[in-house]
Write a protein that binds this ligand. Structure first.
Ligand SMILES: Cc1ncc(C[n+]2csc(CCOP(=O)(O)OP(=O)(O)O)c2C)c(N)n1
Ligand SMILES: [Mg+2]
Length: 398
């Protein structure tokens, strides 16, 4: 039995779409084809851990016009995101947040992909995409309300085309697929990107998303941050093949990129989003990275993994490698780094103050958003809760 190269297949358009506009654009994409020949994982990398720019025949063109200003911008995004994330972890330790899911180590995967999106693209995140939120212009302070337990999300998804954080693992890939099918039916040329983790790749929802998006040729990019762990389960427990290779079985290309290389991630995600916009259907991008911190502030990773692993990944730090590149190519001076340091501190302070000033929600607000038209059980629970609250008033009066 032969394995058909997914990259060589003719794209299928959903009924009513402009089939004639797509055929000519399918010219240079071959990553899945190469994978069919060899089962060895292939990693796209444009910047080495030492900060050296390496040539890549296939993906260089997606970052060819990048300016020193834009490179400094990517660096700034990563530094500020890391600073914000550290502040949120501290705020949880101080009792100001109930929980926090740190993105430490995943800054390049998130900033590279987030900066590849266009304003009219639509993003479906998990609960850890603080860097992507930053790129979409969501105020970092707004990310903290849900983790403080004072609101049900914290932002209007449609104001930044950035959906609310999704805790139910993998389910947002289905939402993204359905949304992308709608985008195609509208005849729009925007794209959709769904974030998920290595652990989520085992969920049925993700497999269903792959099937539907492939069959309906939906303009969606599946962006898997393989951070090597799903809480305490290593990636080996999720898949017998490299995650990106799974796409082939569903009929679309998959590619693995060095997730700690912001340039590589930017290039690969631009390519994948362009495929979606050009009517070529879904792509799976596996950003190979590492969760440097705990799963969340409730987790203790020393119980299931050793320090050596973290140290090995520290040498591949995404921020350090871009700094090395900026310095070696004289794209940034001491003044730039010092100014950024001051900006980071100011961001930390602003977020700290914003969280502490968040008003407590009305005690009954929790009953308001479960059903659009109310529900008998919710009414009963509301009444029970009202009686419970009233019992404190009685005690106070005695
Ligand atoms: C459907 C579902 N099952 C289980 C959980 C509990 N849970 C929360 S995070 C997580 C691990 C997810 O790992 P991964 O997809 O690799 O994402 P990461 O946390 O590493 O970013 C699990 C099992 C959940 N939230 N939803
Ligand atoms: Mg993971």
């Amino acid at each position: 039995m032969t394995v058909e190269s997914t990259a060589a297949r003719t794209p299928r358009r959903s009924a009513g779409s402009k089939a004639g506009t797509t055929g000519t654009k399918r010219t240079t994409r071959t990553p899945a084809k190469k994978d069919a020949k060899s089962n060895e994982p292939q990693l796209v990398q444009l910047l080495t851990p030492e900060g050296k720019r390496v040539k890549n025949a296939e993906y260089d063109k997606y970052v060819a016009g990048i300016t020193p200003d834009e490179l400094r911008g990517l660096y700034r995004d990563m530094v500020l995101t890391r600073r914000f994330d550290a502040e949120a972890t501290s705020l949880q330790r101080q009792g100001e947040l109930g929980l926090w899911a740190s993105l430490l180590g995943q800054e390049a995967a998130q900033i590279g992909s987030g900066r590849a999106t266009r304003e009219d693209d639509y993003v479906f995140p998990t609960y850890r995409e603080h860097g992507v939120a930053w790129c979409r212009g969501v105020d970092p302070a707004n990310l903290l309300g849900m983790f403080r337990g004072v609101n049900n999300g914290g932002w209007d998804p449609n104001s930044n085309n950035f959906q609310l954080y999704t805790i139910v693992i993998g389910s947002q890939t289905l939402h993204a697929t359905g949304y992308a099918m709608g985008v195609a039916k509208d005849g729009a040329d925007s794209a959709v990107i769904a974030y998920f983790g290595d652990g989520a790749s085992s969920q049925g929802d993700v497999a269903e998303s792959f099937t539907f998006s492939a069959v309906y040729n939906a303009p969606v990019v599946f962006f898997c941050q393989n951070n090597q762990w799903a809480i305490s389960e290593p990636t080996e427990k999720q898949s017998r093949v490299p995650i990106y290779q799974r796409a082939q079985g569903f009929g679309f290309p998959g590619v693995r990129v060095d997730g700690n290389d912001v340039l590589g991630v930017l290039a690969v995600t631009r390519w994948a989003l362009e495929r979606a916009r050009g009517g070529e259907g879904p792509t799976l991008v596996e950003a190979f990275t590492y969760r440097m911190g705990a799963h969340t502030t409730s987790d203790d990773p020393t119980r299931y993994r050793g320090d050596e692993e973290r140290q090995a990944w520290e040498a591949k730090d995404p921020i350090l490698r871009l700094r090395r590149y900026l310095e070696a190519s004289n794209h940034a001076d001491e003044g730039f780094f010092a100014e950024l340091e001051a900006e980071s501190e100011a961001l930390g302070k602003r977020v700290r103050e914003a969280v502490r000033a968040m008003p407590d929600p009305d005690h009954f607000a929790i009953f308001e958003n479960a059903y659009a038209d109310g529900h008998a059980l919710v009414d009963e629970e509301r009444a029970q809760f009202a009686a419970y609250q009233a019992s404190f008033a009685d005690e106070g009066g005695n």
